[in-house]
Design a protein around this ligand. Structure first.
Ligand code: NAD
Ligand code: ZN
Length: 357
């Protein structure tokens, strides 16, 4: 990965240092309506570069990560007479880094950008690894590019205004990284509470750093996702099905919550198909139940959930559903197929573990 990763709570200093290293270019800060209100004023105080930048504000939320907002962003870059040498600073969650990163990758065939994540999910996931893009034609992340930012400046200083649900959502991706790494990293995460303000932000930064390094090591070996990067899909085959189905039922659940419950189901499958240790499965499920509650499903929901899993991009044949599973903590196996019967059995066990009648 060419992307530099800077972990610091002195964000202003870090931005100004980077901007100087990059030759003090013209700067466009991309923010959304929330980060423009809650985060930008903090950074304007601390960074000369940000104080002197042109600010482009986009509407917040994944529904606005679309072609219209992107076109508006391109227009605003044109209006400020941005050149290939202009630096884009994405100040926001994953919506801003995905869309601002894609605008930077495409405007005048590519300009440089840096990410300053302001949500936990963006800090541990979206701001690292170079996937950029927008939703299109009703499909998530349908148009995009692999394009790495120059750097990500990762901190916890902006999380004070973040709703608790967003903290929990990002923490689920950290749990995934812990499962992919080793028992020590996982153990530290399971021994902490993600619920703000119980988790002290200064204690959170080292955990975030550890988590990001798990992702960056995996991405480094497979930037365009032809092999091991698929390990990062752990929890997401079932997680995406829970998420899509919740939208179909008009009671949407946040992505990270869907991943937390998806991880439980996929650890059950890992136990069934690859002998993943049952004591770890039980303590993980207990942690998820205590912090995220239970996602209520009945066996009547299984056909719809399995139909959603069949839509997963990873599947190579229609009758097989492809998973990333674990033989043990830190031992992922990609391209493991499970049958609908095996998935149904795993969902039964999930309901037991989550105390769902
Ligand atoms: N590129 C990748 O590798 C990757 C990985 C995971 C997710 N994603 C994408 O990231 C997006 C989700 O990211 P997200 O969870 O950060 O969502 P988000 O960017 O929509 O942020 C969540 C909400 O929090 C608000 N917000 C952000 N920072 C804030 C702050 N400090 N204080 C108060 N409010 C704040 C936002 O305005 C938004 O309303 C999705 O579009 C997803 O597809 C991309
Ligand atoms: Zn995810």
């Amino acid at each position: 990965m060419k992307q530099k990763l800077i972990f610091t709570n002195l964000v202003g200093e870090a931005v100004d240092g980077l901007v100087a290293e990059l030759g003090n270019p013209q700067i466009a800060v991309v923010a959304d309506t929330n980060t423009a209100q809650f985060v930008l004023p903090l950074l304007v105080n601390d960074s000369k570069a940000v104080a002197g930048a042109t600010v482009i504000t986009v509407k917040s939320g994944d529904v606005n990560k679309n072609i219209d907002t992107l076109a508006d962003l391109w227009k605003k870059l044109s209006a400020m007479e941005a050149t290939r040498n202009t630096l884009v600073i994405n100040l926001g969650g994953g919506v801003v880094s995905d869309m601002g990163g894609f605008a930077a990758a495409t405007f005048k065939r590519g300009m440089r950008c840096i990410n300053i994540p302001t949500t936990l999910l963006a800090a541990v996931d979206a701001s690292v690894g170079g996937k950029t893009g927008i939703n299109f034609n009703g499909l998530k992340n349908q148009i995009g590019a692999f394009s790495e930012p120059e750097a990500a400046i990762i901190s916890t200083v902006f999380f004070n205004t973040l709703p608790q649900q967003e903290i929990l959502s990002g923490y689920a991706e950290m749990l995934k990284h812990g499962l992919l790494e080793n028992s020590e990293v996982l153990g530290k995460l399971l021994a902490s509470s993600p619920v703000y303000p119980l988790l002290d932000p200064t204690r959170l930064l080292p955990l975030i750093e550890e988590s990001v390094l798990v992702k960056s090591r995996i991405v480094e070996n497979d930037i365009t996702e032809v092999g091991i990067r698929k390990a990062l899909n752990l929890g997401h085959t079932v997680g995406h099905a829970f998420e899509s189905y919740s939208y179909e039922r008009k009671s949407p659940i946040p992505h990270g919550y869907a991943v937390a419950w998806g991880l439980v189901v996929e650890l059950v499958l890992s136990h069934m198909l690859l002998g993943f240790p049952s004591d770890v499965l039980h303590s993980f499920a207990g942690y998820v139940l205590a912090n995220y509650g239970a996602h209520q499903i009945t066996c009547d929901d299984y056909p719809a959930l399995i139909a959603d899993m069949r839509q997963d991009k990873k599947n190579l044949a229609p009758d097989q559903i492809n998973f990333t599973l674990l033989e043990n903590v830190g031992v992922p196996r990609i391209n493991i197929n499970a049958t609908p019967e095996q998935i149904g059995a795993a969902l039964d066990i999930y309901r037991d573990l989550m105390h769902i009648a």
